[in-house]
Design a binder for this molecule. Sequence first.
Ligand SMILES: [Zn+2]
Length: 320
Amino acid sequence: MRLAVLTGPGSFEIEDVPAPQPGPDDLLVDVAACGVCASELEAWTGRSAPDYPLRLGHEVSGTVTEVGERVHGFAVGDPVGVWVTERGFSEQVVVPASAAFPAGDVRLDTVLAEPLACAVNAVDLADVRLGDDVVLIGAGFMGHLAQQLTVLRGPRQVIVADTRPDALDRAQALGATRTVDVRSESLADVVAELTDGRMADVTFECTGTAAALQALGEVTRMSGKLVLVGFHQGEPRPVPLGYWNWMAYDLRNAHFRDVSTILAGMRTGMRLLSAGAVDLAPHVTHRFELADIAEAFETAVAKPEGFVKATVVVARPHPA
Ligand SMILES: [Zn+2]
């Protein structure tokens, strides 16, 4: 079977390797698609210096093709969203049955179990309450997911800020009560006006930038919850901690390394997805074949207008 290997910055090679063998508690899955994750882009650009070669890919969907002898509840032919930690950009993956979830009738090239789990866990951690006023900064893929899940919790207002008009249009289509282009409007002024000066109960930072993090601190109410969804790497982030301290902000880091938490979020996310309560289809804007995986990564770095998420499609989407 074919497997994409990142041999160095900007260089993928497609290798022909033996199919992986499932153990008694595993499934063998024919990969339908694997999403390109923002967390993988630094290895591609060479901005971080990992030990190459790397076998990337962890946002996998596919069809069960072999079931380990101790596995119950899965059958050959079942469509699933799965979590693997690597080797997802390939034709087949082995995955413990505990990390596989039914995908129902959802088009498999729009099933992205791992980022969905992150968003579910972020919104659960934020504990958005009925009637809350919520601000989301960053209308990219994770921002869209966090927004969709936030809306399910019954907030009063969802105010979404970004610098890209196309991103704000999409946030509007997903039910934002107000969008703010921070190049032309002050987010703090808008939030103050819409909350009678009280500011937001819950605020999400979904960009991973220092500027957005600081802006979050200007729109959260006293004792409000400030939630970090963005991937903050590189330089330290300067924040006015004295003010945040005084404001009694409840800082919540929505990054999860505990496997049981990730899998619990994935179970919830896949239940919502397979029931149609959330839909990732509008966010998968760019699809590439396995042979063109380099182009997928280039596009995810370049983020052309209209870009939300790239996925590598390995087999035909299901249902055909
Ligand atoms: Zn990911």
